[in-house]
Design a protein around this ligand. Structure first.
Ligand code: ATP
Length: 337
């Protein structure tokens, strides 16, 4: 089966800036695929090239087996949801959702039925006659989603769609997006700089840095086996151990990333001694920073807040150990260090 989206040799230059550098990427049908990266890493440009709003300097875009590189956005079987919703302020909710169908010449009755159905699928039945300014941010974003899915695209492109929402609403919308994708069964391509969001939602994640995909995999692969120091620190938090420090923990003597939740304090089999420099209370857990003896390095550990039990304090002496299976040796990559 042809992939939903196939990018080959994609390259995009804006003046002196190389926004996308020779990218090859296949996104499967029905996949929830995220493009994750810091600001300026090129992910929005890739999305806009897929949608047809931007022409690549070189390379090709194929959608469902058909080369669309030269086609206009409206001729492509995809739709885009933007961060700022881009709703028409003077039109009612239902008129906003119907808009694309009206442009496509769909008859009034059919158009209304389809728009009602799309609104119901984003849980906005009953809001037909409101104007956008009479809705909350989350409701506006759902109208934008309804407007995109009413056209039955084969793939939905989402550019930081939850970026304008506060944390609580964002978490709620994440669940709804995932459910929507499952019920529609279509490909979602999701651009975000929020690693939690990418890990929570995606079947696969592409991590972008400087116009290139530096790692591609399932959320678990990317989180548990980050390839280089950039990914280890951008996706989740890690302590980066120099080769000699890794060796002190009985690990291979190479640069290694260690997730704080995989660091054990006062384990049964000893470990590297150190002194607690800081205890940070985050609610569900304690983040504990330890100065290691001898090696002149710091490491961070996480312990769940289980209420009763030992309280750690600054200045406490502890031993620190790392399960070798939980440490991620990094590829040496000078440019990403
Ligand atoms: P963000 O999360 O901030 O949206 P991004 O990863 O999506 O960032 P892009 O918007 O794709 O990054 O930008 C990649 C690079 O291309 C940046 O250096 C940006 O300044 C540049 N760029 C993007 N669009 C244009 C444009 N229309 N003209 C000139 N430079 C651009």
């Amino acid at each position: 089966m042809d992939p939903a989206i196939r990018l080959r040799g994609l390259h995009k230059r804006f003046g002196d800036t190389i926004a996308v550098a020779d990218l090859d990427l296949d996104i499967a049908e029905g996949e929830f695929f995220s493009m994750l990266g810091p600001s300026g890493s090129g992910k929005t440009t890739v999305l806009r090239i897929i949608a047809g709003f931007e022409q690549p300097t070189s390379g090709s875009v194929a959608l469902f087996g058909r080369d669309v590189t030269a086609l206009a956005p409206f001729a492509r079987p995809v739709n885009t949801v933007f961060q700022d919703y881009a709703l028409f302020p003077h039109l009612s909710v239902i008129a906003n959702v119907e808009y694309g169908l009206r442009v496509a010449g769909v008859a009034r009755k059919e158009r209304r039925a389809k728009a009602e159905e799309a609104l119901a699928s984003v849980r906005l039945a009953g809001f037909e006659d409101r104007r956008p300014h009479e809705l909350s941010g989350g409701q506006r974003q759902r109208v934008a989603l309804a407007r995109a899915i009413v056209l039955r695209p084969q793939a939905l492109l989402l550019d930081e769609p939850l970026g304008a929402l506060d944390l609580k609403l964002r978490e709620q919308m994440q669940v709804e997006l995932k459910e929507l994708q499952r019920s529609l069964g279509i490909t979602f391509v999701f651009v975000t700089h929020d690693q939690d969001e990418a890990l929570t939602l995606s079947d696969r994640v592409a991590v972008f840095d400087a116009g290139q995909v530096v790692q591609l995999g399932t959320p678990r692969e990317v989180y548990d086996h980050p390839r280089n120091p950039f990914i280890a620190s951008f996706v989740g938090s890690s302590t980066l151990l120099e080769p000699d420090v890794a060796a002190r923990f009985g690990l291979p003597a190479v640069a290694t990333a260690v997730r704080p939740e995989r660091v054990t304090l006062d384990g049964a089999d000893g470990g590297v001694p150190g002194t607690i420099a800081e205890v940070i209370y985050t609610g569900p857990e304690h983040r504990i920073v330890i100065d290691l003896d001898d090696v002149g390095a710091r490491i961070t550990a996480l312990e769940p807040n289980i209420g009763a039990g030992r309280r750690r304090s600054r200045g406490d002496r502890v031993t620190v150990s790392i399960d070798p299976a939980a440490a991620a040796p990094l590829e040496s990559d000078a440019s990403a260090a």
